[in-house]
Design a protein around this ligand. Structure first.
Ligand SMILES: Nc1ccn([C@@H]2O[C@H](COP(=O)(O)OP(=O)(O)OP(=O)(O)O)[C@@H](O)[C@H]2O)c(=O)n1
Ligand SMILES: C[C@](O)(CO)[C@H](O)COP(=O)(O)O
Length: 230
């Protein structure tokens, strides 16, 4: 299926976080990597997907940094971020005309290294099966649960790191996030709301360098990966 035959897609990039774990002097999405902000790096591969018609960017209502990024393309709609990531995503979903854009791609502003081919693979695989899915990478290490002492070893077979983008039917995702929030379910990614609603979610293996910039050391690693992929 060529990308040209894909239905219209809306993209949502939650970019309203404060980046507390990054311990930086500004929200991490505005830290620079190879001359551009992390936000600009994260937006670029999403806008490169030809089926993406409109990008909804969830920003902190008093964000003083966005204007300097030069990201003022006509197909970018700003919406207010919320208290948590899920609220920022929901605010964006509420702004989308789901009849015009029946599918939505949600990608973290803090994941600057995602590859366009991985995004296209995710879209392709989901449209083939007719339901949503996520980019993910299989866990490599032995996984432990505990705090100062180990309580248990977690079975790692069929254990994955959930990445973004995550790709779902727009109206269904919006309804399930609203229902899950009303049921006080903890939602840390779009898939968790769909799982709660017993919807199938496809796992599509993506590249492990699609890291989420979270802690200070991640910036240097991201710069290294960028140099390797140039
Ligand atoms: N209220 C929030 C919280 C997070 N995000 C976005 O969701 C993505 C993933 O969240 P995370 O890595 O947790 O970012 P922060 O919440 O900024 O980080 P921290 O938890 O360290 O403060 C980021 O692009 C972040 O900007 C958002 O739009 N709105
Ligand atoms: C959406 C996500 O990036 C998938 O791994 C992750 O859940 C975001 O979590 P965070 O705590 O908001 O960084």
């Amino acid at each position: 299926m060529s990308l040209k035959s894909f239905p219209a897609i809306a993209a949502v990039i939650p970019a309203a976080g404060v980046g507390q774990r990054m311990q930086a002097d500004k929200p991490k999405q505005y830290l620079r990597l190879h001359g551009k902000t992390i936000l600009e790096h994260s937006v670029k591969p999403v806008l490169a997907i030809s089926a993406v018609q409109q990008l909804y960017l969830a920003l902190s209502p008093n964000d003083p940094y966005f204007a300097a990024t030069g990201l003022t393309a006509e197909n970018i709609v700003r919406v207010d971020g919320g208290a948590e990531r899920v609220h920022s995503v929901l605010n964006a979903l509420l702004a989308i005309d789901a009849e015009k854009m029946p599918w939505v791609l949600v990608h973290d502003a803090a994941r600057p290294l995602v590859r366009p081919q991985d995004i296209e693979l995710l879209i392709q695989r989901c449209l083939e099966v007719g339901h949503g899915g996520i980019l993910a990478t299989p866990v490599r290490d032995t996984m432990k649960r505990g705090q100062s002492l180990i309580n248990a070893t977690v079975e790692r077979e069929h254990l994955w790191h959930a990445l973004t983008p995550q790709f779902f039917p727009t109206a269904l995702l919006r309804a399930n996030i609203q229902a899950a929030l009303a049921a006080k379910v903890v939602i840390t990614d779009e898939a968790s709301a769909m799982e709660w609603a017993n919807e199938p979610v496809l796992l599509v293996e993506g590249h492990s360098d699609n890291l989420k910039i979270t802690r200070p050391a991640d910036l240097q690693l991201a710069a290294f990966y960028l140099e390797q992929n140039q």
